[in-house]
Design a protein around this ligand. Structure first.
Ligand code: IYR
Length: 222
């Protein structure tokens, strides 16, 4: 393989197969306990924990390693309120006018509606932005490859890291989300990707009684 940039040793950690089996089983059990939460406690969360989870998201694979993401972390109550007001305006339109019946039927088991009090209750909102292109030091444009896939993977890693740290999250997608760019002053080169609500669940939080597909439903071996 030709190498055009400097390289360093990989430092791959080989493990015994028995240990690999145990670790993968344990990690599966841990991730299986993750649930999307819609009722949040106002209990504060140290920022250092959020920072570590964001560092983990930042280790994600990305097209040409261009890391086309930005995470805007909101804890200021005034900004959270602005986001709630704007999101609820969009959600009201969605639930009352825009959403086809088929979509509303699909959402019925989740019990969602246009009210989003968690946008103010939860200690953190993480607005995730996808950078359409990057910028060089002299203001030139750098094309981003597979930006949507890259940001999706980084978001998955963030959700995983938050769960592993002991926090709950909600992937919230008010649509359209242009208000996030405006409220958070993000450049036009970035598109809002997802709003992650982060904190502890409310003490009496309940979740829908829904399941994940079995392995034979999601995978085939050839
Ligand atoms: N954005 C709306 C609707 C919604 C859509 C999907 I797809 C969900 O999995 C859940 C909700 C809302 O947040 O209520």
């Amino acid at each position: 393989m030709s190498k055009t940039s400097d390289s360093v040793p990989l430092n791959f950690q080989y493990r015994k197969e028995a240990e690999m089996l145990e670790r993968s089983t344990e990690f599966y059990q841990q991730m299986k306990s993750r649930r999307t939460v819609r009722e949040f406690s106002a209990k504060s969360v140290p920022r250092a924990i959020i920072e570590n989870c964001l560092r983990t998201a930042g280790t994600s694979v990305s097209g040409a390693n261009l890391q086309p993401w930005h995470f805007a972390v909101v804890s200021d109550p005034a900004i959270k309120k602005k986001i709630r007001v704007a999101a609820e305006k969009e959600e009201k339109l969605f639930y009352e006018e825009k959403a086809p019946q088929e979509w509303l039927d699909a959402l019925a088991p989740l019990g969602t509606d246009a009210n989003k009090p968690f946008l103010e209750t939860a200690p953190y909102l993480i607005a995730i932005f996808q950078q359409r292109f990057g910028e060089t030091a002299d203001g030139g444009k750098v094309k981003h490859y597979y930006a949507t896939e890259s940001v999706g993977i980084a978001t998955g890693m963030l959700i995983t890291a938050l769960h592993e740290a002991g926090l709950a999250s909600l992937t919230h997608t008010p649509s359209p989300m242009a208000f996030l760019s405006e409220i958070l002053g993000r450049p036009r080169s970035e598109r809002p990707f997802l709003l992650l609500v982060v904190g502890y669940p409310a003490e009496d939080a309940e979740v829908p009684d829904i399941d994940k597909k079995q392995l034979d439903e999601i995978a085939s071996f050839h």
